[in-house]
Structures are given as C-alpha cells and as structure tokens.
Design a protein around this ligand. Structure first.
Ligand SMILES: C[S@@+](CC[C@H](N)C(=O)[O-])C[C@H]1O[C@@H](n2cnc3c(N)ncnc32)[C@H](O)[C@@H]1O
Length: 303
C-alpha cells in the first residue's frame, strides 16, 4: 500500500539539497561527450502544484526553495556566477523560475531532463498509479522515459546498462522501516553488476524524539537511527569511494521531525566535493533557521 505523497513536501529543504546534488553530478557527466545512462528509481509526479491543498498544508516550499528565489538570494547567486562557482545555483534557480511562474516546482525527473542530452538514456520508475500518470504526462518530450514499475526491481533488471557510464538516483519515501534495508540490499546487488556506476541515495535525518499528536507526550522516534545504520552498510559495498553530504536546516528537536537530510554518493565523479561545498555554503546562508553548525561533507570511503 503506497500512502506517501511527495506533493506535501515538494520544494522543501530536502528537495533543494537533493536536486542541487543531482544537477552537480549530471553536470560532471556532461563534461564528456560520450552518452550516459540515468535512472531515477523513485521518480514521483514530475511536477508539483505549490498551490495544491497538499503543498499548502505545511507550506514546506516557503522555508525551502522559495527562500532561494527571493530577489536578495538571486542577487547573491548572480554575483557568485561571475567566477563560475555560482553556475550550478544559477542553473537550478533558472529551472525553478521556469516553473515558479505557474506556481509549480519541478521534481527530480524534470531536473535531470534539464541536463540530459539527446544521446543520453534517461529512465524514471514510479509505482503509485495516479502519481505515475502525472509523471508520464510531464516526461513527454523531456528525454526521460517514465515506467510504471517498482524502482528496486527495475534497477536490478537493467544493470549493467547501455551506455556503460551513468548515474542512479534512489529516493524512497522511507515510510516503512524496511525501506532502509531494501536500499542496502538493492545496492548490494547493483554494485556487483555495475561497480562503476554513480549511485546517489537520499535519506532523511530524523529527530530522536517527537511529540505524539494524540497524547501530546514526547515519545521516541523508532526510525531515527536507521539512516546511520544504512550509511554504515553502504560504506561496506564494493565501490571505490563514498562521499556524503548532510544539510541540517534545523537542530534536532521534539518539534521538528525531519531536521535535515543527506545524499550519499557511491563512486562520486572527480571533484564533486567542491560542488557539494558550494551547495552547503549557499544553503547554510539561506535556509538554516537557527544558526546550527551540524551540516557536513565527509568521505566515508576514500580511494
Ligand atoms: C520521495 S518521493 C520521490 C520524489 C522525487 N524523486 C523528486 O525528487 O521529485 C518517492 C516516490 O516513490 C514512490 N514509490 C514508493 N515505493 C516505490 C517503489 N518500490 N518503486 C517506485 N516508486 C516507488 C512513491 O509513490 C513516491 O512518489
């Protein structure tokens, strides 16, 4: 039973981190003319209506992407642009602005399609039937083939891919505890079949305690430790290197369920860490609400 709907969260701080990291990786792949393979295993709806009831419930985009499109933030990115460093942000903001005029936010398949070239092979899997219909509609003429399919199953079925180089984005909802283990098991198979692939795994950073909505009491969050355990297992996989970025919009607390998120990258492209440092610097300047210094970039495994 698929109960998660990303429309409640579209454009939040986690989407911003995920989509900027995705762009940074694809920009690196674009440095070579040879075509590449790209798969988004948990693609979502493609485009999100920021005026929908779901998106308006907690207005998560307001403290996320919409902070980056203010005139003040735009001026920062434009001046950084003069020395190429800001190009990644400028490309992201330009794409976001194309959709913002319509009150929309572009999801990961649209972010990827903005960088895929004619000969690159892009695929996006989505299991939820209604969400898939939206995905299919938004992927038309975008160079990404939408498939109504289990993303973990598809990953296993298509590897090793043609072309031989490329990247995979794995962005599950983590609604159930076993999804963390599913990610590890799936990557354990995938890295055997395609050890040179770049794999990007998004994960949430959850506070250790939360306030129970019904009783008002502070209770433990049983999923809080699972991301760390997953990272430990991902680091053991037979890949050359593992780079990890965590962005914390808040410090953990009872009142904030997801205080930040991370992107773990297996086999990161050369010098990706410089782009990630730029992402962290800009997001810390624009999206951190409480001056916390918890965000990190770390090599979990170096070549
Ligand atoms: C976090 S959302 C994806 C957001 C999207 N990647 C983005 O950044 O715009 C996760 C999506 O995975 C879908 N999903 C859940 N389990 C799946 C599975 N096993 N295979 C494919 N899609 C799945 C959900 O329906 C949901 O749309």
């Amino acid at each position: 039973m698929l109960s998660y709907l990303h429309s409640f969260h579209a454009g939040n701080h986690a989407d911003v981190l995920k989509h900027l990291t995705l762009m940074a990786v694809l920009q690196k792949l674009n440095l070579k003319s040879k075509p590449y393979f790209y798969l988004d295993t948990h693609a979502g709806a493609g485009v999100y209506d920021l005026n929908s009831k779901e998106a308006q419930l907690n207005a998560e985009a307001k403290t996320g992407v919409l902070q980056l499109t203010t005139p003040k933030a735009n001026a920062n990115f434009t001046s950084a642009n003069e020395d190429v460093k800001g190009l990644l942000f400028q490309n992201y903001i330009d794409l976001v602005n194309e959709y913002a005029h319509l009150g929309q936010y572009p999801g990961s398949p649209i972010v990827a399609s903005s960088l895929l070239r004619n000969d690159d092979k892009g695929f996006a899997a989505e299991l939820h039937t209604a969400v898939f219909e939206s995905l299919q509609q938004h992927c038309r003429r975008k160079g990404v083939k939408a498939q109504h399919r289990d993303g973990f199953e598809m990953l296993n079925a298509v590897l090793p891919p043609t072309p031989k180089r490329g990247a995979v984005l794995i962005d599950p909802p983590y609604e159930s505890k076993n999804e963390y283990q599913l990610v590890v098991d799936s990557l354990s198979r995938a890295t055997k079949r395609w050890p040179i692939g770049i794999y990007m795994i998004w994960y949430p950073l959850l506070s250790g305690t939360r306030i129970d909505r019904q009783t008002g009491e502070v209770v433990n969050n049983p999923k809080a430790h699972l991301a760390k355990e997953m990272l430990e297992q991902l680091t053991q996989l037979p890949v050359k290197s593992v780079l990890n970025i965590e962005f914390c919009a808040h410090a953990p607390s009872d009142r904030v369920g997801m205080y930040g998120s991370g992107m773990c990258i297996l086999n990161p492209p050369w010098q990706l860490e410089n782009d990630l440092a730029e992402i962290l610097e800009q997001l810390t300047a624009t999206l951190v609400s409480d001056n916390n210094k918890l965000s990190t970039i770390e090599w979990l495994k170096a070549e």
